[in-house]
Write a protein that binds this ligand. Structure first.
Ligand code: 3PG
Ligand code: MG
Length: 411
């Protein structure tokens, strides 16, 4: 029997570098992962540069590559993808941004780029929608909360450009930067001015919002500043179903990943109780994935929490969450008509607190797949596997071949 379906499970930021506090092991090596190891035993393993060796992938460009959409052709910035996944439909002419709720102190220094990984910013977003007025620029806007500290923004108006910088210095202890046009096009100058005005007004609204007063009383960092980045317009994506002759769904609490799925035409399946963080309801996600595989040919499932632990520089938390992931994956062992692909989108080493170019581990398991001698799913063991080392764009062709949907090159 040939497998008919594909489950692409992306363990976001799962891979790492050796951690001193884990005795020189990576969190994935240190974790007890019987299910992942079983998939490695039953399948074929390897490592993957989701973009190319030495290139540090963003989650956006990495996921585009994994889905077989070359980012150099399709990527128009993170903002529009994050916006689409946050429920803002990006019409032509709109400029989208990714935002962080962040904390600044009385000296205007950023003390936390994620406002203590705040959850539930709905009230703050409502206040911003209500209070910010950009009519002086004849610009409207949409603003929606995403998972955790994340949010998305889109400007609607004439003569807006998308070539502007970010106010995010990308580190704590620094002041927010002014947003500047890249070049001297009037449309980019206008967008930069609108960004700075949006940031100014939203900061005033957030400063004495009751939720922030409450957070201060509880000793929590207030979400009193928006960092905005990733300006862009929506690109054009060949629909996944036409490209591969596969129907598909995306399951992800991270709005960026749902947005990417949605723009290529995957159906977004929201799952209550999932947070994109280490407290997410993973069994609910796994159950939803199995339901989707009953009615669709392809499912993209993203599990985000290990990436957050990497960004926070917490090896023990990352190791422990990997064990939670592993336990939740047990039901996938029963998949028999599905090619199961498990990989990372990039490494997020705890020592770097950001993405690195270290390749990610990969396993492909299912009917007809050749196996190799590797029995463990981790960065080091997979490097000895039968897939060897591939790029993200190689993945879809390999998997399409395994379900006999590849086309012969030549006669
Ligand atoms: O978690 C995310 O959304 C990104 O991968 C990291 O973004 P941040 O550094 O702004 O939290
Ligand atoms: Mg990622």
């Amino acid at each position: 029997m040939t497998a008919q379906k594909i489950l692409l499970l992306v363990l976001d930021g799962i891979s790492d570098r050796p951690c001193a506090s884990l005795g020189g092991l990576t969190p994935l090596q240190a974790a007890n992962t019987p299910n992942l190891d079983r998939f490695a035993t039953e399948g074929i393993t390897g490592i993957m540069d989701t973009i190319a060796p030495g290139i540090r992938p963003g989650s956006d460009t990495a996921h585009l590559s994994l889905l077989g959409y070359p980012p150099e052709r399709y990527y128009t910035g993170r903002g529009p993808l994050e916006a689409e996944g946050s429920g803002i439909h990006m019409e032509p002419g709109m400029i989208g941004f990714r935002c962080n709720f962040a904390t600044v102190d009385e000296n205007s220094l950023i003390t936390d780029r994620r406002a203590g990984r705040i959850h539930d910013t709905a009230a703050l977003s409502a206040a911003i929608r209500e209070g910010v007025d950009l009519s002086a620029y004849e610009v409207g806007f949409r603003f929606e909360s995403g998972a955790g500290h994340r949010a998305a923004l889109a400007f609607v108006g004439d003569l807006l450009g998308d070539r502007v910088t970010s106010n995010d210095p990308k580190k704590e202890g620094a002041e927010p930067l002014p947003v500047k046009p890249i070049g001297d096009a009037p449309a980019d100058e206008k967008t930069a001015a609108v960004c700075n005005e949006f940031i100014r007004q939203s900061r005033e609204i957030l400063f004495d919002h009751p939720l922030n007063i409450e957070r201060l009383e509880q000793g929590l960092p207030p979400a009193n500043l928006l960092l905005i980045r990733g300006a862009g317009r929506m690109g054009h994506f060949e629909p996944f179903e036409e490209r591969y002759d596969l129907s598909g769904s995306v399951i992800s609490a991270a709005t960026l990943i749902s947005g990417i799925g949605m723009v290529v035409g995957l159906e977004h399946i929201p799952v209550p109780g999932t947070t994109g963080s280490v407290d997410s309801d993973l069994p609910a996600k796994v159950a939803a994935t199995l339901r989707e595989l009953e009615r669709k040919d392809f499912v993209l499932l993203n599990i985000k929490g290990a990436d957050e632990a990497g960004h926070d520089g917490k090896p023990e938390q990352k190791r422990d969450f990997i064990e939670v992931i592993d336990a939740a994956l047990e039901p996938f062992a029963a998949l028999d008509d599905t090619i199961l692909v498990i990989c990372g989108d990039h490494s997020t080493p705890c020592s770097v607190k950001d993405h690195s170019a270290d390749p990610v581990p990969l396993v492909i398991r299912g009917e007809g797949v050749r196996t190799d001698r590797n029995w463990a799913f981790d960065e080091i063991s997979c490097a000895e596997g039968g897939i060897n080392r591939i790029r993200g764009l190689d993945l879809m062709p390999i998997v399409l071949d395994l379900i006999n949907k590849a086309h012969k090159y030549g006669a």
